[in-house]
Each structure stands twice: as C-alpha cells, then as structure tokens.
Design a binder for this molecule. Structure first.
Ligand code: SME
Length: 159
C-alpha cells in the first residue's frame, strides 16, 4: 500500500477544507476504497468520557463506546495504537459487524494541546476493520500513524 500517496491525497482534501466533517468523511472513503480486505473504516470522536460515532464507510455501527471499552476505547484511553490480529481474542471487543476478524485503531490528537504536560489530548480515533484475520501489519501501523499525523496537522474540530 502506497501510504505516501494516500497522505498526499489527504493533504489535498485538508487544503480544500479542514473542517472535521468533510475531512473525516473523505478520509474514510479514501481508505475504504484504497485498502484491500476492509469492511469498515471510520472515526469515533471523544465527547466527555465516551467515543461517539463519526464519519465512516461500512455497515451501521455502534454509536457510543465508553472510554476504556473495546478496541477503540482502549486505544483512546491508553493513547496507543491497537493492532488486533484476532478480534475474538481481544477482551471486551465490541462486535459491530460480525464479519470483522482483525482491526487496527489509531488515536488522533488535538494539535498542540497540553504540550506543557508533555502529552497531547486524544480527540478521536481512526478505526479500520477487516474480515481477514491478521490483516494488519507493522507497515500498516506505520503508514496509518503517518496518515493520522497529516490529519492532526490540519483538522479543525470546532462544531
Ligand atoms: N470493534 C470496535 C467497535 C467499533 S466497530 O468495529 C465499527 C471496538 O471494539 O472498539
């Protein structure tokens, strides 16, 4: 997968409009189209102590995920990418689409926030599901984390 090309496309979307609604919507569409063997690509946004469903591609999904629950809530709470080779072995995995067998969730941070505390606030996560077990590699992790950095550099999270 040419993540550099995807990053350039994401950058051009952000230059056209950096508001999170069109940017996340087109990012989900871009990734859903470009990545092989994925059945769900989308975003959850942190609102208080739970994640709320944002722009996505795929089947209807759960609307609220408490912080710390499921793969998404774990990624947001720990502020670390969760690369799950087998979702059925992940304690507390939330099955939105029963076709999903592996998953990767990357935290998204607000630009510049809490720098003085030497950490940045998680504001959302990027969630990608696959029907194929072991679908995501370390190269996917690195590529998707780089894409999230492009988003973080531009995204406007205002209402
Ligand atoms: N599987 C996720 C829930 C979101 S859906 O996959 C779209 C989780 O365990 O957090």
């Amino acid at each position: 997968m040419d993540y550099e090309l995807l990053g350039a496309q994401l950058q051009s979307f952000a230059e056209a409009d950096n508001w999170y609604v069109p940017l996340m919507a087109n990012a989900a569409a871009l990734l859903f189209d470009a990545l092989a063997d994925v059945n769900w690509v989308g975003f959850y946004l942190l609102r208080g102590d739970r994640l709320v469903l944002g722009p996505f591609q795929g089947k209807v999904a759960c609307i609220h995920i408490p912080l710390g629950k499921g793969v998404c809530g774990t990624a947001a709470q720990r502020d670390e990418t969760q690369l799950v080779l087998d979702v059925h072995a992940f304690p507390g995995h939330i099955a939105c689409d029963s076709a999903s067998n592996s998953e990767i969730v990357v935290p998204i941070h607000r630009k510049g926030a809490l720098k003085e505390l030497n950490r940045r606030a998680v504001v959302a996560v990027l969630d990608i599901d696959s029907p194929v077990p072991n679908r995501f590699s370390e190269a996917d992790r690195a590529g998707l984390e780089a894409l999230v950095k492009v988003l973080e550099a531009h995204i406007d999270l205002d209402a």
